[in-house]
Design a protein around this ligand. Sequence first.
Ligand SMILES: [Zn+2]
Ligand SMILES: [Zn+2]
Length: 110
Amino acid sequence: MNTCRGDPRKKLTVTIDAEVLEKAKKVAESKNIPLSRLIENFLSFFADPYVYCFSCGEKFYVKDSEVCPKCGWLICPKCKACRCSLDENTAASIFYMRKVYEDLLAGRLK
Ligand SMILES: [Zn+2]
Ligand SMILES: [Zn+2]
């Protein structure tokens, strides 16, 4: 019986801005994180993004959640929280935190 499934890893060749790469390499080195793991982390997040509920802290995947037709935010599958239950100030701070995700993913979460 052959149980060997081989190395599931693949080589990835990408071309990116030289300055960005240099800076990233330095930071990754200082944190002792291999660049390949960072890229893998990001790609896995990109393929299947998740957030933590601002209300109950539950981690949920964007694909498993619904968008509230009223406020346009993701509804937490566990406690059903969305922007509708928040006051303006709280909503604004969460909005700008989640905006980082959308900048990173180059588009809306959902
Ligand atoms: Zn929740
Ligand atoms: Zn809502």
